[in-house]
Design a binder for this molecule. Structure first.
Ligand SMILES: *Cc1c(COP(=O)(O)O)cnc(C)c1O
Length: 501
């Protein structure tokens, strides 16, 4: 199977090249030439498979240049009981009559980015080996919080890789910072940048585009790469859990094979919901994809009107991982929705970069209407939802998942579609955003004012009767290994020192 650029169908590569490159040379994203499908026998066979067996089958459909043994090795290294605390990897929790919470946060960092970032390093190292490149991969990450830690956990001690993460020294929560600066592993480096997230991201981009730096690194046998969410190697592992959830529901007698479901996804960069779309193109029966946003509701407007307009105020919300105005992975959906029309996709992206805005064709509008529904929730609605679900069902959700839940409630009220079984992607442990969750439960926006983050974790644990995840509780006593900050102009030097260039 070949992959081509969303902006130019003549740019073609096999999957391991696409994973190494990340971005296509013309700035587009890699998409498969043809989306594979599962036969009825294969779908039925998923029901009795384990998560890892399901992953091997699904990944094998897309990564056809990897051998079955290579895929199996990658999957078995990534999805272990040791790392996810459960062999189910992504358990499904039934809430009420027709709602199913797909918990994607049992990995080492308590958020769904682990689902992809635990396997990406292995896919990447295998790709480099297969293509005969004798290079060590250097991953550079600028992070506003969750991605940095998930990438560190994924790449730590993976032979043939090194990772250097930069975070804004005053721009992440205390827990997020502790998660990063206590990271173990002989190939990791973590640095605070005196500045905001944009400064960190700009610094990383400069290193990537510095030709002299690239030459120097290449002379020492290093190859720079990124772990961001537009890499096909991050998207394809996310297709697996939608199939897995469906199979689990069939196994539990909650669904009959072939019965359609709705899928609700709290969305930022559009990667997670796009993976659900790919699953449906493979044959997963989906009635509607419901795209949930917070007050940064550029996607809500886009799906409802066909106009994408990023020229609007940016809001800092209590679901910060969705505070995004440019959803990069949407480009892949546009490409498929336009009937794989690369010129049309490229034109939308050009308009976006020149004017911050584009309007899609009538046929794409119809496509969106047919398959998607969209809504958004304010912070107040999100908190009300956390509280309501806990009081009604005793289930506690994080702020991102609660955005999805709130939008699903609105969807049901608007459409009357209350019976279709619905999968809600739950993207973080409530402990990861414990301050906002406590405020919601106490119905008091000052509930954690002045409290230290560890005492908030304990308060939440007492309030809802759940154990604090060990990876968060242990932070209190872990040794700080990276007590360093740098100026934004010194980031390149930091990487040079790390690599001894
Ligand atoms: C990254 C993230 C999201 C958004 O996922 P996308 O794939 O970018 O749409 C939602 N919730 C949490 C907790 C996240 O970390």
């Amino acid at each position: 199977m070949y992959y081509h650029s969303t902006r130019d169908a003549s740019v073609k590569m096999v999957s391991c090249e696409a994973i190494i490159k990340g971005l296509a040379p013309d700035g587009g994203l890699f998409v498969p030439d043809e989306i594979p499908s599962l036969s009825e026998e294969e779908m039925a066979s998923l029901v009795d498979k384990t998560y890892t067996e399901r992953a091997i089958l699904i990944l094998g459909k897309f990564l056809t240049d990897y051998t079955e043994k290579e895929i199996t090795d990658c999957v078995l290294k990534a999805y272990t009981k040791e790392k996810f605390g459960t062999n189910t990897i992504a358990p499904v929790y039934k809430l009420g009559k027709s709602e199913y919470i797909l918990e994607l946060w049992h990995g080492p960092t308590c958020a769904f980015k682990d689902m992809a970032l635990q396997i990406l390093p292995h896919l990447l190292v295998t790709a480099v080996r297969k293509t005969g490149l004798k290079k060590e991969i250097v991953i550079l990450v600028a992070t506003s919080g969750d991605t940095g830690k998930a990438a560190l956990e994924g790449f730590a001690d993976v032979a043939g890789t090194r990772i250097s993460v930069f975070y804004p020294s005053e721009g992440v929560s205390k827990i997020q910072k502790l998660q990063m600066v206590t990271q173990k592993g002989n190939n990791v480096n973590v640095t605070g940048v005196n500045g905001n997230f944009d400064d960190a991201q700009t610094g990383v981009k400069q290193i990537f585009t510095d030709a002299e730096f690239a030459r120097l690194a290449a002379n020492h046998n290093f190859m720079l790469s990124s772990a961001n969410s537009i890499n096909w190697g991050r998207l394809v592992p996310q297709i697996v859990y939608y199939w897995s959830a469906y199979a689990e529901m069939c196994k539990a007698g909650e669904l009959t094979l072939g019965e359609p479901v709705n899928i609700v996804v709290p969305t930022g960069n559009f990667g997670n919901i796009l993976a659900a779309y790919y699953a449906s193109r493979m044959g997963l029966p989906v009635h509607k994809f419901i795209c949930a946003s917070n007050e940064n509701n550029v996607l809500t407007e886009f799906i409802q009107t066909g106009v994408y307009d990023k020229n609007r105020d940016f809001h800092c919300t209590i679901s910060p991982s969705m505070d995004i105005l440019i959803s990069s992975n949407l480009e892949r959906l546009l490409h498929h929705a336009s009937g794989e029309n690369a010129e049309e996709t490229a034109a939308y992206m050009r308009a976006l970069s020149e004017t911050g805005r584009y309007t899609v064709s009538d046929s794409i509008k119809q496509f969106l209407n047919r398959h998607f529904s969209a809504g958004y929730a304010t912070d107040a609605e999100t908190k009300e939802t956390i509280c309501r679900v806990f009081e009604q069902d005793g289930y506690i959700m994080d702020t991102h998942t609660a955005v999805a839940e709130a939008v699903y409630s609105k969807y049901k009220a608007q459409t009357g579609d209350a019976d279709t079984k619905t999968i809600i992607a739950s993207t973080a442990s409530p402990f990861k955003f414990s301050g906002s969750v406590m405020e919601a439960l106490e119905k008091d926006d000052n509930a954690v004012f002045g409290k230290d983050e560890f005492s908030v974790l304990e308060a939440l644990s007492d309030r809802c009767g759940l154990k604090i995840p060990a990876s968060l509780a242990n932070l209190k006593t872990e040794t700080i290994l990276f007590d360093v900050t740098c100026e934004k102009d010194d980031m390149e030097q930091v990487v040079k020192d790390f690599l001894r260039l």
